[in-house]
Design a protein around this ligand. Structure first.
Ligand SMILES: Nc1ncnc2c1ncn2[C@@H]1O[C@H](COP(=O)(O)OP(=O)(O)O)[C@@H](O)[C@H]1O
Ligand SMILES: [Mg+2]
Length: 313
């Protein structure tokens, strides 16, 4: 176990992973740019972003599989470099892109390969297999596994060394709803047992209920990092106004980007409470009767779509 020394504690928070200005360029193009990750210890960190936004590239840099162009990676309080790399990687389990494992071998044989490779005890391997609930499938050949079982075997392989940090790249990709639910339960259980889990997805719905912290990438840049409630709070929902003359009202508020809704109400984006009061008095001055003013209910999905489309809050 690596001691957590000088681990970037900010306001009582200990981080399993931090990065400073982490950047990867291919030629002129930055595919990850100035990323400051903050992954609290013991969290399930949902790393979200559309396809091509740089999630896999970031995870590969954390695992030292590719070299950052610039910036720093700190894992469990230590800077990742040539001297610390080996020791740090011993504390990280990972599943990147497709699940590993030899298809022609059974689950048990695959786990034995991992055991021998890493010099592990049998009880460590058994514990990992138990954690992903695959103990009854160990005699089957991996080619006869469902995709969900393959993913779970991959996680068991990653868990066998009893890592403090688990990095999973799109483990729900291609799973059916039951498989996704199983994966969510597994991630929660792992975090409960003290493993920090970083898990990526291009679909918010697949991990939002599981993740305790979210990081959202768009075109290589972090556009949001924080809790789900912070995400909701940080985005201002539209103000929706019901009134006597919505067309006239919308025209009056054109400078606020107001628009008519399907239900003939006037929706105005990005207003704080004071601006809302100002807008209402403008309408009243124009002799428009205001019946109702409310905030549009938005889902996390709305916020995510809005963020990833617009490039930030
Ligand atoms: N080796 C590479 N050379 C050039 N471009 C790359 C390379 N690897 C990834 N990219 C580009 O970087 C961007 C981010 O890719 P990736 O990290 O795989 O995104 P994500 O995992 O979020 O889908 C993509 O546009 C991809 O085409
Ligand atoms: Mg990817």
């Amino acid at each position: 176990m690596i001691p957590v020394a000088d681990s970037g504690i900010v306001s009582g928070m200990t981080y399993a992973v931090t990065t400073e200005n982490l950047t990867k360029r291919y030629g002129e193009r930055a595919v990850v740019e100035n990323l400051d990750l903050r992954i609290p210890e013991g969290s399930v960190y949902g790393f979200l972003g559309p396809n091509g936004s740089g999630k896999s590239t970031t995870m590969k840099m954390l695992l030292s599989l590719i070299q950052p162009t610039s910036g720093e990676v700190r894992i469990l309080g230590q800077s990742m470099n040539r001297t610390t790399r080996r020791n740090l990687l011993g504390n990280i389990g990972s599943l990147i892109e497709s699940p590993p494992g030899y298809a022609h071998l059974t689950g048990a044989e695959n786990m034995r390969v991992v055991q021998r490779l890493l010099g592990l005890e049998t009880h460590q391997v058994d514990h990992a297999v138990g954690a992903v609930r695959l103990q009854n499938q160990m005699g089957k050949k991996v080619r006869d596994y469902s995709l969900g079982m393959k993913q779970r075997l991959g996680i068991a392989m990653a868990l066998a060394r009893q890592p403090q940090l688990l990095i999973l790249d799109e483990p729900t990709n291609g799973l059916d709803p039951a498989g996704i639910e199983e994966m969510r339960t597994l991630l929660r259980r792992l975090a409960h047992d003290g493993v920090t889990v970083m898990v990526s997805s291009h679909l918010l719905g697949e991990i939002d209920k599981t993740a305790t912290v979210l990081g959202i990438l768009s075109q290589g840049r972090m556009i949001f990092q924080g809790s789900r409630s912070e995400l909701m709070a940080a985005s201002t929902p539209d103000v929706v106004i019901t009134c006597t003359d919505p067309v006239f009202a919308a025209q009056n508020l054109i400078s606020f980007d107001a628009r008519l809704t399907d239900t003939d109400e006037v929706a105005v984006p990005g207003l704080d409470d004071r601006q809302t009061a100002g807008v209402v008095s403008t309408l009243v001055r124009e002799r428009i009767g205001v019946y109702g003013v409310r905030r549009h209910e938005q889902t996390l999905e709305d916020v995510f779509m809005h963020l990833t489309a617009g490039g930030g809050l």
